[in-house]
Design a protein around this ligand. Sequence first.
Ligand code: G4P
Length: 307
Amino acid sequence: MTIRWYPGHMDKAIEKIAEAIRRTDVVIEVLDARLPSSSSNHLLEKVRRHKPCIKILNKNDLADPIVTKAWVRNFEAEAGVKALPLSAKQLSDAKKLIKLCQQIVPHRGKPGWPLRVMVCGIPNVGKSTLINTLAGRSMAKVGDKPAITTCAQQIDLRNGIVLSDTPGVLWPVMDDQVGAYRLAASGAIGSGAFDVATVGLFAAEYMLRRYPEALALRYRLEELPEDPHALLEAVGRRLGCLMAGGAIDHNRAAEAFLRELRAGKVGRISFEEPEQVVADTEAHPAGDSPQEPTPLTTPMRLKPHKQ
Ligand code: G4P
């Protein structure tokens, strides 16, 4: 099943973001470092135009550091873009971001002439966490639905920088199913919106191919299972996901495996690399959503978001 999630208020949301960007000096796009392409919304590029942009590769603590370096090089090849891997919970990382904003727009940040920064991103990438760390206090959670907030919330950081955190809530673009699987595996999409067993198999297949040593280490596997089903069985057995009678509970095993991946228990992993995203796009250009995306053999059964 192919998902096309296009909420009615999407055009309005992007209009509002475009409007707010006109009154902004630096656009901060928060991405998930584990899947920087799938967690972005390409419409932001269109409305950003020539405004300087900092792409935050957040949750850096969970992502593969070598892959993250490749993403930084990839993003910084774009005009007007800086990329900064960080962990939004870390104050020292937030300070690096402030410094970078000041470097990019040195003529702002003076009394009566604040440096205006806008934070954008899809739900769950860590916008609120970043804003709270920057502000040094707990602010209201940024709305999870695109453009539901109509009045912009402004936060004076008292260092010459003023943050506007709304209406920068974007939505994940799910016009390519591989990206949708990656979003689901990373935890960006609520588990009620997809079939856990299928996404668990997707993640197991990917991990077997990309991070076999990390799997062997975490689950003390002397021999790596040959296929994702067998891997989930081995993980389920190891984590005690059993039904009465001792058979593996496949749903619970998939859930437990995804939980472990998301928490970084299997190590620092990334779900996509720049070259791979280019290859995926060439294999499935926009509008061409394959019924059976590689590497899956089972079509994804994502349910559209409830609004
Ligand atoms: P949003 O505003 O973009 O929707 O995201 P939000 O800040 O609410 O963050 C979503 C989840 O990601 C939260 O976890 C948050 O703690 C986690 N998170 C944010 N930044 C980082 C980071 O740099 N590293 C890691 N490992 N996690 C991060 P949660 O489980 O939903 O909430 P909570 O139990 O932590 O409060």
